[in-house]
Design a protein around this ligand. Sequence first.
Ligand SMILES: *[C@@H]1O[C@H](CO)[C@@H](O)[C@H](O)[C@H]1NC(C)=O
Length: 330
Amino acid sequence: MKGDLHLACLVGLAAKALGASSFAGSELYYAAGLNTTQQEYLFSNLQDSGIKVLRVWLEADSTLKGSEPGVWNDEVLNRLDDVMVTAQRYGIKLWISIHSYNTLLGNGDFYGAWYGTSDFYTNNDAISYFKNRIAHVLSHANPNNGKTWAESPEYIFGFEAQNEADQPNTHPDTTVTWQCTMAQALKTALRDSPSILVGTGGGGWVDSSLPTGLFSCAALDVLAIHAYGAADLTTTKLGPRVTQAQAAGKKLILQEWGGADGGVLDAAARDANPRSWADAANQEGIPWMYWQDYEIGVGGVDWETFQEVAKGTGGYAAAFDFLPWLDGLE
Ligand SMILES: *[C@@H]1O[C@H](CO)[C@@H](O)[C@H](O)[C@H]1NC(C)=O
C-alpha cells in the first residue's frame, strides 16, 4: 500500500483516493495569547507547510486557572473561540489539551496546590472537580458559530484530558484508570458523538505514553505518543506499537516530538534529526505533530526543514484512518 501511494504521488494522482494519507500537525500551547496579526501569521505559515492540526493547551500564561473549584476564568476559552475561526480559514483544526501535568507540578492551580501529582489521580473530589472542568469546557458556547465546543467538529479535531498525565512513568496503573475515566467524561460531554476524537496527552517518552491498559479503554480513540530522543524515534521502536494499536482498534499520533534537542545541537544535526525522525514516523504511518520549540518557530533557522518534512508527510500512507476527522479541510 505504501508503495502504491508513493507511485500515486509520483504520477500526480490524489493520494486520498487510494486510502488515508498521513498528515502533520504542530503545537503552540499558548496560541490563546496571540493577537489577530500573530494568528494570521501563524496559521498562514502552517497552512503553507501542509499542517492540518494545531495542538493548544487551555493553560499557559493566562489560563483557565481557577483558584478553587467551580470558579472559572473563561478568558482562554473566549480567546480560543476566535483562534478557531482563524484556524478554520487556513484549513486547520485544533486539538485541545484540557490540563497539564506541568501545572500540577508547579502548583499552578488548585488541582496542583491541593492534590499534587499523585492525589490528583486518585482523590474522589479531585476526580469529580476535573470532570466538572471537562463538562465546563465542552459546554462552552462559541459566539462565532452559536454552538458549544462539543458541537464544533468544524473547528475541533480532538480533546485530551491532560498533557503527559504520567510524564515520569511513576504510576502507570493509576493514571491509566484516571485517563479512562476522563476519556469517558469527554465522551459523555460529546454526547457520544464520534465527530470529535478523544485521546490521551502522551507521556514523557514512548513507553510512558503507551501503558498497556490504555489499549483496552473503550472511550479512547487516539493514544498519543511523546518522544524526544534518537532511541524512541525509530521504526524499530514505533513499528510494534502500530501493530499493537491496530489490533486494539486504537489510533496512534506522535503528538509531541522535537528535533532541536533544547537548541543545543549544531545546525547540521538540527537539520538532520527532524528529517530522519519524521521519516521513522512516516514509514510507520503514524501522523505527527511537531513541538514548536527553539529554532522551529515560523521563520526560524530550521523552519525550512520543518516545512519540507511536513509537506512530505502527506505522501505516506497512514496506518490509521483519520480522514473522517480531517474531512473538509482540503
Ligand atoms: C500583535 O502583537 C505583536 C507582538 O507583540 C505586536 O508587534 C503587534 O503590534 C500586535 N498587533 C496588534 C494588531 O495588536
